[in-house]
Ligand binder design. Structure first.
Ligand code: MCA
Ligand code: AMP
Length: 490
């Protein structure tokens, strides 16, 4: 059996010169390909000493760092399942993931947890004393590499199980269609706990044996400094609106840049056109999901059209269907469904939920509403799932409403998005108080602060006497959205 371990694939693509920088920072810190291989081998040795074996889950909640990338690679090397969490999650939220995934090891700051845990600093210090474990565990392409939690419409997150084969197929396809080259320099300012920053961005660079400018977070000044020394940028739409809002962003800076990629949330046509007017370059928008990585992409060569996400990737099948699952003709709006080697292995320990989202012929129901033109070019026009995307983070209103509804003084609530100039969409809560309750907006925000990650907390709370409902009793969120649509208009 050939080894389908994703790390073995990366190793086979390492540059000839192992001193070539893999990750580099503005402060001069640098990790070469050889050093990354060595550090991940030491971390792999440490995991083995700690009796971590194939299939064990390693839950990781740490700030973005070169060491954190090596820990991910070490997990691949030993066949452990990497489970990264947003650093903004509260202890309350993290407790759910720990309970659901039963990890063998926690890496991060977990003082109150009875399970074995290490901070990343402790892990690095212990790994430094271990002789490197250079072997790479033999894996089949269906063996799991990672579990990424994605919020559920029921408010409970589901762990999307991604195999070595899922990740490898998607990375190879993107590397190919985006014409990745060894001398590419990727500008990386995304978080590394989601598909976009961890898989799409880093895997393309790893397959190219390329160098990465590794920024701790989005900082428009740093992007302006580094764009002249880079060739590719991947970001959520907020990256591009912030660049455009920065007085120092000019065409001259972008002479070396060959590709600006956007995804995770809709890129406004206005942003696309403003960007082209300044730089002469057309942002390449692509569309994806945690459950599969990337699904469609605008072409590298050929027209990139604002408001569209391009055709299906070469090895992915996409169709637009009616509610009954029957394919609709081009030009009709329906549910976007897809299948391919990138499609996940299901939700961790939730076979019923997995089955609910699958068609009998293996297509996955994305929850996005889309339209295809005659050439198969897709536009995402809405969502059938009740989801808010704020700055590229997905937020399920139900998860916020269920916390709000339990607060004393709250009778019921509805959470909707308002268009926001920086974040795309911002969370708004509409609350009906119980009789005579003196509850204020601040009281509510204070009580949410240790229960919900900051990015999920409402930017505004509006009180009303009753929520609008249809004859079936369902809250008419479209009416609320319409009432709130100008709240953040600048
Ligand atoms: C930070 N805050 C946010 C967000 N980020 N609030 C709402 N939505 C957000 N996305 C809050 C902070 O808690 C803080 O609150 C205040 O906003 C400012 O925080 P700051 O750290 O300064 O924000 P930032 O560094 O400017 O971050 C904004 C950001 C960041 C650059 C948009 O959120 C980001 O990097 N987003 C990318 C997310 C991503 O990678 N998504 C890919 C998912 P306060 O001031 O009150 O404390 S993968 C995916 O969707 C699929 C697979 C795909 O297709 O890619
Ligand atoms: P996640 O659940 O974090 O994996 O986010 C996946 C969701 O992000 C998709 O189902 C879409 O709703 C949304 N998304 C990703 N890329 C795009 C895009 N280019 N345009 C519109 N929506 C997008």
């Amino acid at each position: 059996m050939t080894n389908a371990n994703l790390y073995a694939l990366f190793q086979s693509r390492f540059p000839d010169d192992l001193d070539k920088p893999f990750l580099q920072q503005e402060d001069g810190a640098c990790l070469s390909y050889g050093e990354m291989d060595q550090l991940s081998a030491r971390m792999a040795a440490l995991l083995t000493t700690r009796k971590i074996t194939k299939g064990d889950r390693i839950l990781v909640q740490v700030e973005k760092s070169m060491e954190a990338v090596c820990l991910y690679l070490a997990c691949l090397r030993v066949g452990a399942i990497y489970l990264p969490l947003n650093t903004a999650y509260t202890a309350h939220e993290v407790a759910y993931f720990i309970g659901n995934a039963s990890p063998a090891l926690l890496v991060g700051n977990f003082p109150a947890q009875p399970l074995p845990s290490l901070t990343l600093d402790q892990l690095c210090a212990e790994a430094a004393t271990c002789p490197p474990r250079h072997s790479v565990e033999l894996m089949s392409s269906d063996d799991l590499a990672a579990i990424l939690y994605t919020s559920g419409t029921t408010g409970r997150s589901k762990g999307a199980m991604l195999s070595h084969g899922n990740l490898a197929s998607n990375a190879l396809t993107l590397h190919d269609i985006w014409h990745w080259q060894q001398d590419d320099i990727l500008l990386h300012a995304l978080p590394i706990f989601h598909v976009h920053g961890l898989f799409v961005a880093l895997h393309c660079a790893l397959l190219g044996g390329s160098t990465v400018w590794f920024l701790p977070r989005l900082d428009a000044d740093a992007l302006i400094r580094l764009i002249p020394k880079s060739t590719v940028l991947m970001g959520v739409p907020t990256f591009y609106t912030r660049l455009l809002a920065h007085g120092g962003f000019t065409k001259d800076l972008c002479q070396k840049m060959r590709l600006f990629i956007s995804g995770s949330a809709p890129l406004l046509a206005e942003t696309f056109h403003q960007f082209e007017a300044i730089t002469g370059q057309r942002i390449l928008e692509r569309y994806g999901m945690t459950e599969a990585g990337m699904i469609t992409s605008n072409p590298y060569d050929g027209p990139r059209i604002a408001g569209t996400v391009g055709p299906a990737l070469p090895d992915v099948e996409v169709r637009i269907c009616g509610e009954d699952g029957r394919q609709l003709p081009a030009g009709e709006i329906g549910s976007l469904e897809y299948k391919g080697p990138n499609l996940f292995k299901g939700y961790w320990e939730m076979p019923k939920k997995t089955a609910e989202d699958m068609r009998p012929d293996g297509f996955f129901i994305s929850g996005d509403l889309a339209i295809a033109d005659q050439d198969g070019r897709i536009s995402i026009v809405g969502r059938s799932k009740d989801l808010i995307i704020s700055g590229g983070f997905n937020i399920y209103p139900k998860g916020i409403e269920s916390v709000l509804d339990l607060l004393p003084g709250v009778l019921e609530s509805a959470v909707v998005a308002s268009p926001h100039p920086d974040l795309g969409e911002a969370v708004m809560a509409v609350v009906v108080r119980t009789d005579n309750s003196p509850l204020t907006e601040q009281d509510i925000l204070d009580q949410l602060s240790d229960q919900l990650a900051r990015f999920k907390q409402p930017r505004k709370v509006i009180f009303t006497d009753a929520l609008p409902r249809n004859t079936m009793g369902k809250v008419q969120k479209n009416i609320l959205r319409d009432q709130m649509k100008d709240i953040f208009k600048s």
